[in-house]
Design a protein around this ligand. Structure first.
Ligand SMILES: N[C@@H](CCC(=O)N[C@@H](CSCc1ccc([N+](=O)[O-])cc1)C(=O)NCC(=O)O)C(=O)O
Length: 217
């Protein structure tokens, strides 16, 4: 059955691959699954047809037959459960890889995403400098421990998994200009290793092509 995901018709990140459809595109490419994309304007995302799929009026969503899913982490998990290449077969290793999925979204991403929002929405607030410093300290607190755990391994726990996929999409938000990721050479190398994956490149190029076409239009 055809898989259809939703994405920005014109991503505010200008094709940098930071919007969360990128995670789903990457997971589908790792799983070797073809997919269609329904591109949405900000207005369309808030209309009833999309709200029925995504109650918060956001992208991405995932549709396949009579299944409709939202939440990029849940969509990546759904793909990983049904196809090879994103979760180990061994039960304990699979459970650990799923733990890393949650760690990426629940432990590392919150200060990283809050910092991005702070820099977009709060620059003119009196608390901006203090809050930015607090968020960057929180991020370094997490990356100190993530870096120590990764050490010189290729991936977080044996083979590449959906846990690495989600963790890398979180760390990529730091790579574009914050200077924080570069403070951790092994994490920078980890991200570069992931970006070198053919599946990542196909996903990145596909989302960039959307922005390029929209900009030409
Ligand atoms: N928890 C949900 C969150 C989804 C989400 O944040 N979607 C964002 C796009 S990805 C987040 C995002 C937005 C912009 C950039 N950027 O760099 O410009 C990067 C990432 C969205 O639809 N925003 C529109 C809205 O909320 O009205 C999930 O993981 O699926």
């Amino acid at each position: 059955m055809t898989i259809t995901i939703t994405a920005f018709e014109r991503s505010p990140d200008r094709g940098k691959g930071l919007a969360r459809d990128m995670r789903v595109r990457w997971a589908l490419e790792e799983a070797g699954q073809p997919y269609e994309v329904r591109l949405l304007s900000f207005k369309a995302m808030k209309e009833p047809a999309h709200l029925a799929l995504q109650p918060f009026g956001q992208i991405p969503t995932y549709e396949e037959g009579d299944l409709a899913l939202f939440e990029s982490g849940a969509i990546v998990f759904h793909i990983a459960e049904r196809h090879q290449g994103l979760l180990p077969d061994d039960a304990n290793a699979r459970a650990r890889a799923i733990a890393w999925m949650f760690a990426a979204l629940n432990t590392v991403e919150p200060p990283v995403f809050d910092r991005a929002l702070c820099m977009i929405l709060e620059r003119d607030k009196p608390w901006y400098e203090h809050r930015l410093r607090y968020l960057e300290d929180s991020i370094r607190n997490r990356l100190d421990k993530l870096s120590a755990r990764l050490g010189d391994a290729d991936w977080l726990d044996g083979a590449f998994s959906a846990g690495d996929l989600l963790m890398v999409t979180v760390l990529l938000r730091l790579k574009k200009g914050s200077g924080i990721l570069e403070e951790y050479p092994n994490l920078s190398a980890y991200v570069a290793r992931a970006e070198a994956r053919p599946a990542y490149k196909r996903a990145f190029d596909a989302q960039l092509a959307v922005f390029t076409a929209a900009s030409a239009g």
